[in-house]
Design a protein around this ligand. Structure first.
Ligand code: HEM
Length: 127
């Protein structure tokens, strides 16, 4: 939380609200989103992956992650890994032709979650 607050202070300036276009400038918060998905979204995937039932367990695989049960967002700063179906170690939206078509909207909405609690400002040209 301290690191996330510090990143917001440096990049966004306190009291100012975060705009969607500023999300790429917040790598630590992005890493928190990914780490949360790695640890907590795989049970959802387990239910939906009818074609490959154990794909969801890669997210907690020790050989892949090292201390997989530990909440450590920093791991995503040390590696290039996205959540869009390319990296099979982390598939909160599935992969391939039946991958979640709503992933882009889903990823944006995650930043609005109350638990992360980032004050958000609507973009002026937001349709
Ligand atoms: C964080 C939010 C979300 C997560 C974690 C998520 C996750 C998933 C997963 C794991 C699948 C199954 C993929 C597969 O079988 O390979 C799926 C399918 C699907 N998702 Fe999402 N989803 C999210 C948001 C959304 C949103 C916002 C929409 C629509 C606006 C959406 C629409 C769908 C649909 C229609 C499918 C079925 C696709 C198919 O079977 O061809 N999802 N989602």
């Amino acid at each position: 939380m301290a690191k996330a607050t510090q990143e917001l202070d440096i990049v966004i300036v306190r009291e100012k609200k975060v705009k969607e276009s500023e999300i790429p400038n917040l790598p630590y918060l992005d890493a928190i989103v990914k780490e949360t998905m790695r640890l907590h979204l795989h049970p959802v995937a387990d239910f939906t992956f009818v074609k490959a039932p154990n794909l969801g367990s890669f997210e907690r695989e020790g050989a892949v992650w090292g201390e997989p049960e530990e909440f450590r967002p920093e791991r995503f700063l040390e590696m290039e890994m996205d959540v869009k179906g390319k990296n099979f170690e982390l598939l909160p939206f599935g992969s391939g032709p039946r991958m979640c078509p709503g992933y882009s909207l889903g990823l944006k909405m995650i930043w609005l979650k109350k638990k992360i609690n980032i004050p958000f400002q609507q973009e002026e040209n937001y349709a």
